[in-house]
Design a protein around this ligand. Structure first.
Ligand code: CTP
Length: 405
């Protein structure tokens, strides 16, 4: 998910830095676009460092003598790549441009060129906000579907008191998330997610592991956060950046993963186990590096089945497992669902090379204990994560309805 954050020139421009952080914490990528006036208040470097992306500062390349060919068409590329445009703070000037279709800088051009939902959070002097012209522009924008996060009343930097102060960052971020289509249907839930592979050490430098990238688990963590949940992410070693708002517990071995999961299970209302836990570990881990000396046999023993253990001690948590299979996918997965006493199992066929392990895409079937089967044809892991979370929410609603009746 990607948001373009338009920052206009006003005292409140510095608050946009915190908005970048809050959005990133929810797993949203942020592309900052600054108007010329905004750059008088905050340096683009601040936003570049925070967002980890190039900051767009002009239609024709910042300070370029000649129009920069790349950036001259960049507004179209950005317009097509974003899932929402958020403007905070939005000045009277930018709002007037938006309302009247002027396109003389990157931000106003982007506004015309994008079909993504638009959210504006105005901030200005009391009289400028109250002015008939501004109010007419706001009314026009609302009528065209632009969401307006109304400014709050209070003491303003200009010394006056009244409406015009930028709304709270939380209100702005939650409006942006709503525009992104993020419902808050997991608010109040704590989701414990395991992700990635485990490493089972043979000696101090060698281990047995698998191809899991952790992408599915991290997508679930991001998705759950976006839908309002608290997330505890127990992760094996992966090359991914965990979403900032998740509580992250790094582990390496299956035993460490088991301990981390069991220690945190009580706090969770939902447990989702995407981790590809090693099924076997070395019976004895050598204290020193094993020297090469002809053929060798490695004695292995089974690791603890974390999911089965959760199932045996869980209180009311919804329990979701993953089943990576290469044959008889659905039958094997349903068997695991019964055996491990799960509520939901997500079956994926890992024999298909383009999807599943280490890929950004996946195709799965979500099986529920009550016999349901939801097919999710090949799509992004992000989308799969949301379909899994949909199934969890639907199950919770069914459970609540049963308790009520
Ligand atoms: N799992 C677990 N602990 C293990 C092994 C697996 O919690 N020691 C979980 C995985 O996180 C996953 C589910 O169990 O959610 C299914 O994993 P999988 O390896 O497919 O299941 P196994 O029971 O190991 O079955 P198989 O015989 O197919 O390996």
């Amino acid at each position: 998910m990607k948001v373009a954050l338009g920052v206009c020139g006003g005292i409140a421009a510095y608050k946009a830095a915190e908005i970048v952080r809050l959005l990133q914490d929810r797993g949203v990528r942020v592309q900052v676009v600054m108007t010329r006036a905004a750059q008088e208040f905050v340096r683009p470097l601040t936003f570049a460092a925070l967002s980890g992306e190039k900051v767009i500062t002009g239609l024709f390349g910042a300070g370029a003598e000649e129009p920069n060919i790349d950036s001259a068409v960049e507004h179209i590329a950005v317009a097509q790549s974003i899932d929402a445009l958020l403007v905070a703070p939005a000045t009277a000037d930018t709002l007037a441009k938006f309302a009247n279709g002027l396109a003389d800088d990157f931000l106003s051009t982007l506004f015309l060129a994008t079909t993504a939902p638009v959210v504006v959070a105005p901030a200005m002097n009391v009289n400028m906000w109250a002015h008939e012209a501004t109010q007419a522009n706001i009314a026009k924008l609302k009528q065209r579907g632009v969401r307006v996060v109304e400014p709050g009343a209070g003491y303003l930097a200009c010394g006056m008191t009244g409406p015009g102060r930028l709304a709270s960052n939380e209100a702005i971020v939650s409006a942006a998330l709503e525009a992104l289509g993020a419902t808050q249907d997991l608010a109040g839930e704590t989701v414990l997610i395991t992700a990635g592979p485990t490493r089972e050490f043979v000696d101090p430098v060698r281990y047995i592991s698998n191809r899991s990238s952790g992408k599915m688990g991290y997508a679930l963590a991001e998705g759950a956060l976006r839908r309002g949940a608290q997330v505890i992410l127990v992760t094996g070693p992966v090359a991914l950046k965990a979403p900032g708002a998740a509580e992250v517990i790094q582990v390496e071995t299956a035993d460490q993963m088991r301990d981390a999961v069991m220690a945190n299970l009580k706090r969770a209302t939902i447990a989702i186990k995407t981790a590809a836990v090693a099924d076997y570990k070395a019976k004895q881990v050598a204290g020193e590096k094993i020297k090469r000396a002809g053929p060798m046999t490695l004695a292995l023993e089974a690791t603890a089945d974390i999911l089965a253990e959760i199932a045996s001690v869980r209180e009311n948590q919804v329990l979701v497992g993953f089943a990576a299979e290469t044959q008889d996918v659905l039958a094997n997965a349903r068997g695991k669902l019964e055996r491990k006493q799960l509520d939901i199992i997500v079956a994926n066929d890992v024999s298909k090379p383009a999807i599943g392990f280490d890929s950004d895409r996946n195709a799965v079937t979500i099986l529920t204990r009550d016999g349901g089967a939801i097919e999710v044809p090949e799509t992004t892991k992000w989308e799969v994560a949301h379909r899994v979370l949909d199934a969890v929410v639907a199950l919770k609603q069914r459970k609540a309805a049963t308790i009520r009746s």
